[in-house]
Write a protein that binds this ligand. Structure first.
Ligand code: LHQ
Length: 259
């Protein structure tokens, strides 16, 4: 990739995307948004079974590049346009991605970047990481899906508490609140992340796709619709090669080898 603002690495079936503007705490600018989309395209084309999103240097990412936002401010500002062009397509893409996504957060994840991390299927954080709904400090409101995802994860009081104060919480608190999957000591974050990625990558791909689809549907569906969807998807999975392998492995008391 020519643009080095997002590094791409494919190890086995794990695509690792690294936000790479460490001197600016990986603040998101237009070039980085474009590089991120290209890297996601590449991961899908490479047949990756899991996508890991992480940051270079001492942070995950500090949100929108405020220097770029300032430059826009001097022209004809429309922050809605930036959302429409860059952030909303990214959040929609993560929600509907054919490949499971894992955000790995160390240091700080602020503003839109915190919400991008939370839009991934799983968010693994360092215990001492800071998740920061920083928007209020610059008189904005949370975007990148934060007003949707955060109250669903932690409830209205805690969501509004984070948003109204802009006080960051630690990775440990975020895990205790159920905002993220797990918090681990910072010095174990990378190993834990790659271990988790490897487990997902070697899991049954069709079943993983089906469960992600069903959980996504549950966000707007009824119990009745959900039961129907589970029936249909399970019906397909029951005919899969991986299911046969799972049953054989169970009978033979060994680990399954999914395709
Ligand atoms: C940065 C940034 C940054 C540029 C650190 N930009 N340089 C907004 C507008 C438009 C459309 C769509 O949506 C949005 C959504 C948003 O994301 S709004 C929220 C934007 N983010 C923030 O408000 C966070 C701003 N950053 C901070 O509050 C602090 O930097 C945090 C708390 C993240 C980290 O603090 P420290 O660990 O003390 O680091 P630092 O402040 O010293 O930053 C290190 C460098 O990174 C520094 O540059 P310098 O050249 O002085 O070393 C910062 O200027 C730069 N940087 N965030 N968002």
């Amino acid at each position: 990739m020519d643009d080095m603002t997002v590094l791409y690495d494919l190890k086995d079936r794990t695509a690792v995307l690294t936000l790479n503007r460490p001197d600016k705490l990986n603040a998101l600018n237009k070039a980085m948004h474009e590089a991120l989309q290209t890297a996601l395209d590449r991961a899908e084309a490479d047949g990756a079974r899991v996508i890991v999103l992480r940051g270079a240097g001492r942070a995950f990412s500090a949100g929108q590049d405020l220097d770029e936002a300032l430059a826009m401010q001097q022209g004809a500002p429309d922050l809605g346009l930036a959302l429409e062009r860059h952030y909303n397509p990214l959040i929609r893409r993560l929600a509907d991605s054919p490949v499971p996504t894992l955000a790995v957060v160390h240091g700080v994840a602020a503003g839109a970047s915190a919400n991008i991390a939370l839009a991934c299927d799983l968010t693994l954080v360092a215990e001492d990481a800071r998740l920061d709904q920083a928007f209020v400090r610059i008189a904005l409101m949370p975007d990148a899906g934060g007003t949707w995802a955060v109250p669903r994860a932690v409830g209205r009081q805690r969501a509004l508490g984070l948003m109204l104060t802009g006080d960051p919480i630690t990775g440990r608190e975020a895990a205790d609140w159920g905002l993220v999957w797990q918090a681990v000591p910072a010095d174990r974050l990378e190993a834990e992340a790659m271990g988790l990625a490897e487990r997902i990558a070697s899991g049954p791909a069709d079943a993983i796709r089906a469960m992600r689809r069903a959980v996504r549907a549950s966000e707007s569906g009824t119990l009745d619709a959900q039961l129907d969807l589970e029936r249909d998807l399970q019906s397909e999975l029951g005919r899969s090669r991986d299911f046969g392998e799972g049953l054989r492995a169970f009978a033979e008391k060994r680990a399954p080898r999914f395709g």
